[in-house]
Design a protein around this ligand. Structure first.
Ligand SMILES: Cc1cc2nc3c(=O)[nH]c(=O)nc-3n(C[C@H](O)[C@H](O)[C@H](O)COP(=O)(O)O)c2cc1C
Length: 428
């Protein structure tokens, strides 16, 4: 038996349909595979299965009421919607699908579905006429094609009402297989537009049409810390904000994102695979491990040098006078990856932070490193870019130099990601 469900948290919403009893079997199948199942039963659902049966099978209380004082105090509906790895609606009634498509939130199930930041898998079940009704078909198209909701079933077959056709709930094991598949993909729902990457949430809509769907984007961000001894290090003023915003924008554009980050005080955008590192050498190692990638965006401010023979013990003040250090060059991560013939991403983007002659230095860097594009910016103290929220970038490539207006870093990130998408899709 597959182990992909071990420890996964499934929030199961059981709607008021004749197939609700199969929701009970689904709980059993999920639990025997090691999943944690929490259940919401709609009011109509309670007419078909009892809260007691559901609760006995989940081993947890069952949630039925949006306005329950005790439930809300113990586990608020927003928290419940975020606490899961996946929301599953089985059976999904015509009514629940309609509410989801409209964004209604007038009971616990629909409010939770609207409040969640996780993917939703629905297993519809209804009378064939209800399924084929244009209203239901419109709702399905909206949910599946626009909102990134996943579907399993319905199957064709004989209905409890004696009619025949599409509308039968998928079998519990089919639903289990669909859950496993859903959990193997991105779990966050992308939102249109971005929320600040360093404040928390980002993502919105997951759909096959997103510009970076199916692509692996590797982003480096932040400074590196190069040790002098176990308690001291050489650092730089990079905040990581621009790299984190790019990671968030790439995620919202449908990519799988690996973010290799030096030490920063930002929260990673939920849904990215964060690989924290400290030194330049660790960063190169993490980048190599994360490969292959379709797009490599090297936004980190990697220290050019490190202290040769960093002390194994704290260097003490004393008889030996003021210490002096010799520096050795760090590996050049951008050039290493851009010149790696076997594993080079099809698009390699470098960043150049300069305090003078920004464009000239960027042109030289483009030629030296072998990347496709340099995003250059002025980081002189008067620019306020280092650690600030705004950025003014120049795009330097073989086809020339483009200077963008001053924008906030999230807007720069979205515009850059849109451009990277065009470039990557042109070369694909
Ligand atoms: C006996 C009976 C069986 C029903 N079966 C279904 C069904 O299979 N699918 C469905 O969409 N609605 C079915 N309904 C209608 C729903 O129960 C009704 O639309 C309800 O409002 C759904 O509420 P809910 O979406 O909050 O669970 C059935 C109703 C009855 C009385």
């Amino acid at each position: 038996m597959s182990t992909t469900l071990v420890g996964k948290r499934i929030l199961l919403i059981i709607g008021g349909g004749i197939a609700a009893y199969k929701g009970l079997e689904l709980i059993r199948r999920l639990r025997e595979r090691g999943a944690d199942v929490r259940a919401i039963l709609t009011k109509a659902g309670e007419a078909f299965v009892t809260p007691l049966s559901v609760s006995a099978l989940t081993g947890d209380k069952v949630y039925t009421d949006l306005f329950s004082l005790t439930d809300e105090a113990e586990m608020g509906h927003i928290e419940m919607s975020r606490d899961a790895d996946l929301l599953v609606v089985a059976p999904a009634t015509a009514d629940l699908l309609a509410k989801m498509a409209q964004g209604l939130a007038n009971d616990l199930a629909s409010t939770t579905l609207l409040a969640t930041d996780k993917r939703v898998l629905v297993a519809p079940a209804m009378n064939v006429r209800m399924w084929l009704h244009p209203a239901t078909q419109r709702n399905i198209a909206q949910l599946r094609d626009e909102d990134g909701v996943l579907f399993v079933g319905p199957n064709d077959g004989e209905m409890a009402c004696g009619e025949y056709g599409p509308g039968r709930l998928a079998e519990p094991l089919e639903i289990v297989a669909a859950i496993e598949k859903a959990l193997a993909g991105p779990t966050f729902i992308p939102l249109p537009g971005s929320v600040r990457a360093d404040t928390r949430l980002l993502p919105a809509k997951i759909g096959k049409d997103l510009p970076l769907a199916g692509k692996h984007v590797l982003v480096t961000a932040g400074p590196t810390h190069e040790p002098i001894d176990p308690v001291r290090y050489i650092a730089n003023r990079s905040s990581g904000k621009q790299g984190y915003a790019i990671a968030a924008a790439a995620l919202a554009a449908g990519a799988r994102v690996t973010l290799v980050s030096g030490p920063v005080s930002l929260l990673p955008p939920p849904g990215v695979n964060l690989v924290p590192v400290e030194t330049a050498r660790e960063m190169l190692e993490a980048v190599r491990t994360a490969m292959p990638a379709d797009i490599g965006i090297f936004a980190a401010a990697v220290a050019d040098w490190r202290v040769a023979d960093a002390g194994a013990q704290k260097i003490k003040k004393g008889a030996e006078g003021t210490p002096s250090f010799s520096l050795v060059e760090n590996p050049d991560i951008l050039a290493t990856i851009a010149q790696d013939k076997a594993r080079r991403p099809s698009l390699v983007v470098g960043f150049a932070a300069e305090t003078e002659h920004v464009v000239e230095h960027a042109k030289a860097k483009l030629a030296r490193k072998g990347c496709d594009l340099i995003v250059a910016n002025d980081v002189s103290p008067e620019s306020g870019v280092m650690g600030g929220d705004r950025n003014r970038v120049h795009l330097v490539s073989a086809s020339g130099v483009e200077t963008w207006p001053d924008m906030d870093k999230d807007a720069v990130a979205r515009a850059l990601v849109a451009r990277f998408g065009e470039m990557a899709n042109a070369t694909a």
